[in-house]
Design a protein around this ligand. Structure first.
Ligand SMILES: C[S@@+](CC[C@H](N)C(=O)[O-])C[C@H]1O[C@@H](n2cnc3c(N)ncnc32)[C@H](O)[C@@H]1O
Length: 280
C-alpha cells in the first residue's frame, strides 16, 4: 500500500513533460477512482489515505509512453454515459456531444425518425440519439469491422437496438431506406495538420478515423452530400462535425453542390465545428 499523496507526487514528476499539472491531477483522480473507488473529494478529505500501488504504477508507465488514459481504463464518458473504447475506435471528443445536443434540440418532439450515422466508430452518436429518441430507427455504418464490434458492445451495454452495417461510404451505392436525418463526424484532419497533434493521438488512435489528404480534405463531405440527395426523405437534414479551419472550403462545397440552406455553429471552444444542411 502507498499513500495517495505520494503517488500523486510521482505522477506530477514523471508526466510533467507530457501534460500540464492540472491535466495530470485530472488523470490521477480518474485512475484512483477507477482502481480504488477513491475520487478527488475522498482524497482531499483524507489526505493520508493509502491504496494498492501496483496498478497505479503500471498505469504511470503506460502514460509515460503516451498511451491515452482512455486506453488504460478502456472507457470514456460521452454525453453522460460510459462507452467502451480501444485502439480500434476514436476516443470520443467533447465537441461531438454538442452535435448530438443540436440534433436532440431539433427533434425533441418528433415521433418517428429514421437516422443514419456515417462513420459511427464506437457508436457514441448513434447510441446517444437512440437513447433519447426511443422512437427513432437508427442505422450506423463504418468501414472498420473492428470498430463496429466495439459499437455493438456499446449498444448492448446501453440496451439500444441499432442496425450496424459495414459500409465504405466513399464507394457506397444507394440504400433501400430513406433517412430523415444523416449525421456524420467523418475523418477531416489534413495530413499536414499531423504536426499539431500529440503523440497520444498520433501513436494510438486509428489514422483511418482521423486523417484525409491535403489535396481532397472534404472528400467525405462531398460524398455524403451526394448520398444525402438520393437517400433521404422530404425535408431531411444532414449534421456534420467539421474541421475548424475549413469552414470557407465547406461553404464553397455547399454552394457548388447547390445546397442553399445551411447553418454553421461554433463549439464551446469558440471553433467553427458544426454544420447543419437542409436537403430538399
Ligand atoms: C472521426 S471518426 C468518428 C467516430 C465517431 N462517430 C465519433 O464521433 O467519435 C471517423 C469514423 O469514420 C470511419 N471511416 C473512415 N473511412 C470510412 C469510410 N470510407 N466509410 C465509412 N466509414 C469510414 C472511421 O473508421 C471512424 O470510425
Amino acid at each position: 500500500m502507498k499513500a495517495v499523496k505520494e503517488l500523486l507526487g510521482l505522477y506530477l514528476r514523471d508526466l510533467s513533460k507530457l501534460y500540464e499539472p492540472v491535466e495530470i491531477r485530472a488523470i490521477f483522480y480518474t485512475l484512483t477512482e477507477f482502481y480504488a473507488d477513491l475520487d478527488r473529494i475522498d482524497v482531499s478529505l483524507n489526505p493520508e489515505i493509502s491504496m494498492e500501488e501496483s496498478e497505479m504504477l503500471s498505469a504511470l508507465e503506460k502514460l509515460q509512453e503516451a498511451v491515452p488514459l482512455q486506453h488504460i481504463t478502456g472507457q470514456k464518458e460521452f454525453y453522460g454515459r460510459k462507452f467502451l473504447v480501444n485502439k480500434d475506435v476514436l476516443i470520443p471528443r467533447p465537441e461531438t456531444a454538442e452535435l448530438v445536443e443540436w440534433i436532440l434540440q431539433d427533434f425533441e418532439t418528433q415521433k418517428e425518425l429514421k437516422i443514419l450515422d456515417i462513420g459511427t466508430g464506437s457508436g457514441i452518436i448513434a447510441i446517444s440519439l437512440a437513447k433519447t429518441l426511443p422512437n427513432a430507427e437508427v442505422t450506423a455504418v463504418d468501414i472498420s469491422e473492428t470498430a463496429l464490434l466495439t459499437a455493438q458492445k456499446n449498444a448492448d451495454l446501453h440496451k439500444v437496438t441499432i442496425s450496424f452495417r459495414r459500409v465504405d461510404i466513399l464507394s457506397a451505392t444507394d440504400f433501400k431506406e430513406k433517412f430523415d436525418v444523416i449525421v456524420s463526424n467523418p475523418p477531416y484532419i489534413r495530413n499536414s495538420e499531423k504536426g499539431l497533434m500529440q503523440d497520444n493521438v498520433l501513436n494510438y488512435e486509428p489514422h483511418k478515423a482521423l486523417f484525409v489528404s491535403d489535396e481532397n480534405p472534404l472528400i467525405f463531405y462531398n460524398k455524403i452530400l451526394d448520398f444525402a440527395r438520393k437517400n433521404t426523405s422530404k425535408n431531411a437534414l444532414v449534421y456534420f462535425e467539421i474541421n475548424e479551419y475549413l469552414k470557407d472550403e465547406m461553404t464553397e462545397l455547399l454552394m457548388r453542390k447547390k445546397f442553399d440552406k445551411y447553418e454553421f455553429r461554433k463549439d464551446i471552444f469558440d471553433k467553427w465545428r458544426m454544420l447543419k444542411v437542409w436537403v430538399s
